[in-house]
Design a protein around this ligand. Sequence first.
Ligand SMILES: Nc1ncnc2c1ncn2[C@@H]1O[C@H](COP(=O)(O)OP(=O)(O)O)[C@@H](O)[C@H]1O
Ligand SMILES: Cc1cn([C@H]2C[C@H](O)[C@@H](COP(=O)(O)OP(=O)(O)O)O2)c(=O)[nH]c1=O
Length: 193
Amino acid sequence: MLLTLEGLDGSGKTTAWRALRDRYPSAVFTREPTDSWYGDAVYRSIDDDNADPLAELFLYTADHADHLSRVVRPALDEGSLVVSDRYSDSRIAYQAATLADSPLADPFEYVRDLHAPFSRSPDATLFFDVDPETAAERSGETNKFERADYLRDVRAQYERLIDADPERFVRIDATQTRETVLDDVFAAVDRLR
Ligand SMILES: Nc1ncnc2c1ncn2[C@@H]1O[C@H](COP(=O)(O)OP(=O)(O)O)[C@@H](O)[C@H]1O
Ligand SMILES: Cc1cn([C@H]2C[C@H](O)[C@@H](COP(=O)(O)OP(=O)(O)O)O2)c(=O)[nH]c1=O
């Protein structure tokens, strides 16, 4: 089973991912951007305020393709529970927002269709729902994606994803205390497994 954690920067995904790792030690824990040279290339682009948004999309997508073949598919083939901190929905939500002013007619559909022929959809996704202001504050606004006005656009793209596939998503109220968020996460994962 492939479980993904999605949400704005600072929504508490990584905190939950670590807690789940302690609770389910036999599962495979992974993330995007990955810990590989493709992931390094992605982080170089994140740190470049002038990166071309389309070039950036393809860097992230290359990292995803490598992640799928090297980590995700082999682990799923062995029957493992795979938990990924960010996955394809991050691309659809974030790059649809960065590509809003590009020549693409509908960046959301473009990015989604780019993945469809080769990717593996998550079986379930926890969406850490937090307002863009709290997200920007918690993340410390350390990169170009962590500004509240941009995160507002990203959140709207996530809502579009949830509307298109409501059964896959579990919405977690990420404005609650850490303890309550983790209780909700554990309850959701226990139910899904
Ligand atoms: N429920 C919460 N309430 C307040 N602060 C939180 C909560 N969950 C996480 N944090 C803090 O917010 C920051 C971002 O959390 P993190 O888990 O790294 O988010 P993400 O992986 O979604 O960017 C960290 O400093 C973390 O300790
Ligand atoms: C995986 C992915 C991440 N991102 C962005 C979200 C983050 O701002 C940044 C790095 O991701 P990450 O390190 O997961 O940030 P955080 O822990 O703060 O959520 O890359 C995309 O724009 N597209 C993607 O496909």
